[in-house]
Design a protein around this ligand. Structure first.
Ligand code: SF4
Ligand code: SF4
Length: 440
């Protein structure tokens, strides 16, 4: 079968060899967890517990405050020590700090919901919403919102992203190898919620073992097609994945639903399966801890709210001089200036680079070589958007469709002059969105 792909894209070194063959190990239970009320796109949660309260695993500790929001739950049993603003990735957020009693007592609300076959679409959607399921591939978009398109948008396909195209990360790879039935079960739930006839699971061809295990788990379900994708970055981006699987293009400024598709991540799918089968909300996830400056790279199952430094210590700690700490992959992850922050539902990777790798090269003048244009998967002209952004001319940047940028970083990667393309385009996007909000 020919490999499916998209137009544009790049081939950064995979760097997955450090962890791709390492089975997932359960992290040591943390003594304290810090549950951030901001773990998703949309409105932050409102804490519903107070200092001194006793909570159990799976108990809701933060309620959603709007439709585009998602509840958060305790990952341990123990006593609430504080409800206060703490450092989290990207700034400060209200957090519920819980001291574990080490018992891991399960909350009474956590009971099996039975099987998909005995549940209506509406009931499955409600389970997903109450379990705090969000996109676990990085963005953290509340899944129940994706599954509630307006009536005029006809969805006929669900696509699971098993590409894991970010270099270094292997969490999804191990998930597909070790619990393929859960991934497939979650997709069947999504198919039922959206009442569609077709589901795809896209896996890059640098993971043939995962392709085999998922294909085996899906073989009884004719509505599911497991497709092999050409290994290219950003193959796992929504629009690129939709094109690879269906040859449909999402229009400029459009969403996947404009192409009749909903895209979810394989980890999200497995979390949905768990929420249905056991009733347990999203309180833990697999994370890849890797890079040149960690002693023993690993894939670990970590409880949401675990301190990042504690996780790194369980990998033997830092090696040499650390230059950069990134939450997520090297292309789309976010750098953090501290390891004293809690993990969240979207902590797919903890990447630790040494000083040399972290050096930011001096930017030179644009050579007008056109490389950034030829690889941009969104068919943009990054050199012009960036040039206008650097001159604070955001109107022009908008005219060059800055908002269609998916922030994949491919342009910065290929630029021979090391121009700050992604950074400047991100600034432009923020300014354009802020201006639009003001004018509403
Ligand atoms: S302009 Fe945006 S979408 Fe295009 S390559 Fe650069 S970061 Fe990716
Ligand atoms: S890749 Fe860099 S040097 Fe080449 S056109 Fe784009 S911004 Fe200019």
């Amino acid at each position: 079968m020919s490999l499916l792909s998209f137009k544009g894209g790049i081939h950064p070194p995979h760097e997955k060899k450090y962890t791709e063959k390492k089975a997932v190990v359960k992290a040591v239970d943390p003594k304290v967890v810090t549950i951030s009320m901001r773990q998703h796109i949309g409105a932050p949660c409102n804490p519903i517990v107070k200092k001194g309260d006793y909570v159990k695993v799976g108990q809701m500790v933060g309620e959603a405050t709007s439709f585009v929001s998602s509840p958060v739950h305790s990952s341990v049993s123990g006593t609430v020590k504080e409800v206060t603003n703490k450092n989290v990735l990207g700034g400060k957020a209200m957090c519920v700090v819980i001291e574990s009693d080490g018992e891991n007592l399960i909350h009474e609300t956590v009971v099996s919901n039975g099987d998909i076959s005995g549940l209506s679409s509406k009931e499955i959607l409600e389970i997903i919403k109450n379990a705090g399921i969000v996109g676990m591939g990085g963005a953290g978009f509340p899944t129940h919102v994706k599954l509630s398109p307006p009536p005029e948008k006809k969805i006929d396909v669900v696509i699971l992203n098993g590409a894991e195209c970010e270099p270094y990360l292997t969490a999804d790879h191990r998930l597909m190898l070790e619990t393929p039935a859960e991934v497939v079960y979650g997709l069947r739930a999504l198919i039922k919620v959206l009442n569609v006839q077709k589901g795809y699971i896209g896996i890059e061809n640098n993971k043939p073992d995962a392709f085999k295990s998922i294909s085996e788990a899906a073989k009884e379900y004719p509505e599911i097609e497991v497709v092999e994708l050409y290994t290219k970055y950003p193959q796992g981006a929504e629009k690129q994945l939709i094109y690879a699987c269906t040859k449909r293009e999402v229009p400029s400024a459009g969403l996947p639903m404009d192409a009749g598709a909903v895209v979810s991540n394989v980890a999200t799918s497995a979390a949905i399966a768990n929420a249905i089968k056991t009733g347990m909300p999203l309180v833990e996830r697999i994370c890849t801890i890797t890079g040149s400056s960690v002693v023993e790279p690993k894939n670990m199952l970590i409880k949401v709210g675990t301190n990042i430094k504690e996780i790194i210590d369980q990998c033997g700690g830092y090696k040499g001089k650390v230059g950069k700490l990134i939450m997520g992959g090297p292309m789309m992850g976010l750098a953090s200036n501290t390891d004293n922050i809690p993990s969240t539902k979207t902590t797919s990777g903890i990447l630790i680079f040494n000083e040399d790798e972290a050096k930011i090269p001096e930017a030179e003048n644009c050579l007008k070589c056109g490389k950034c244009v030829s690889i941009c998967p969104s068919f943009l002209e990054p050199l012009y958007i960036s040039a206008y952004a650097l001159k604070n001319d955001f109107e022009k940047a908008e005219k060059y469709n800055a908002l269609d940028c998916i922030e994949c970083g491919s342009c910065s990667f290929v630029c021979p002059s090391k121009r700050p393309l992604l950074h400047s385009i991100r600034v432009a996007k923020k300014e354009i969105i802020a201006k639009r909000r003001k004018s509403k």
